[in-house]
Design a protein around this ligand. Structure first.
Ligand code: 5GP
Length: 248
């Protein structure tokens, strides 16, 4: 999609999220995602500001979006405009969150009474209905199709893209001696003329991933905040240094 030559800056606030805001731009085909330092857990019950989290997540997400795009996954991300602002294609968000799991943890452990840490025999792909008021309940693909939230071909594309993202991320973290336990993705539709494509939207950050240090099992993700395991700002700074080889 061609770039509008005028410089991009934040326009009207379209969406106020927990850790991000979404702004319109002068170009109807593009939005700006602004990363804040806000952190919430348990559907907004627990809240805090985490120093530099917005900058760290903005850079980490851009880094991974470029990596998965290079591996053939279509992404809404285009480029970072500054430390906290990211230019993306405007998409119609599909209200079905995709979680990929390599190891049992969190919701899966709780739901099935399994021990956290059990390695799965293959990546497990789960679906959740994106609804804050309902606490994102788990659904299956049939529910999504019958209720008109996504078409069957779109779910197939999401599944394929999610597994490819998993391969790329898992290999990357593994090089750093970190196990990618699970993560959540969101997808959106982009329509050009009569053609619609499903693209990866939102973010790839430690807010929406579980990352365990190999050997020690130390958590290097937002569970540090959710479970009161330490200082999340220090954890994210450490993760940033491991990814980029220099301090934030
Ligand atoms: P679980 O279902 O075990 O709570 O979460 C699975 C994975 O998806 C975890 O990596 C978690 O961080 C991510 N995840 C699921 N729902 C959300 C959400 O609403 N927000 C964020 N940031 N991550 C989520």
């Amino acid at each position: 999609m061609s770039l509008d030559p005028r410089p991009y800056s934040r326009g009207e606030l379209l969406y106020q999220g927990k850790a991000k805001q979404v702004y319109a731009t002068h170009d109807p085909a593009r939005i700006i995602i602004h990363y804040t330092d806000g952190a919430t857990a348990f559907n907004g019950i627990k809240k805090a500001d985490i120093a530099d989290k917005g900058v760290i997540n903005c850079r980490i997400s851009a880094f991974f979006m470029e990596k998965v795009a290079a591996a053939g996954v279509p992404v809404a991300f285009e480029r970072n405009l500054d430390d906290r602002d990211q230019l993306c294609l405007k998409v119609d968000i599909i209200p079905v969150e995709v979680v990929v799991r390599n190891v049992v943890a969190g919701g899966l452990a709780k739901k099935l009474g399994l021990p956290e840490g059990q390695v799965l025999s293959a990546p497990l792909v789960e679906h959740f209905y994106k609804s804050d008021s309902l606490n994102d309940p788990q659904i299956n693909e049939s529910t999504a199709v019958v209720l008109g939230w996504a078409k069957a071909w779109e779910l197939r594309a999401m599944h394929e893209h999610a597994l490819r993202v998993n391969s790329v991320l898992k290999a990357f973290w593994s090089e750093l001696n970190i196990d990618l336990v699970d993560f959540k993705l969101e997808f959106g539709r982009v329509t050009v003329g009569t053609a619609t494509a499903v693209v990866l939207a939102d973010e790839i950050t430690p807010d929406g991933s579980r990352l365990w240090e190999r050997g020690t099992g130390r958590k290097l993700d937002k569970d540090v905040f959710r479970r009161d395991l330490g200082d999340l700002s220090d954890t994210y700074r450490e993760l940033y240094t491991r990814v980029f080889g220099k301090a934030v």
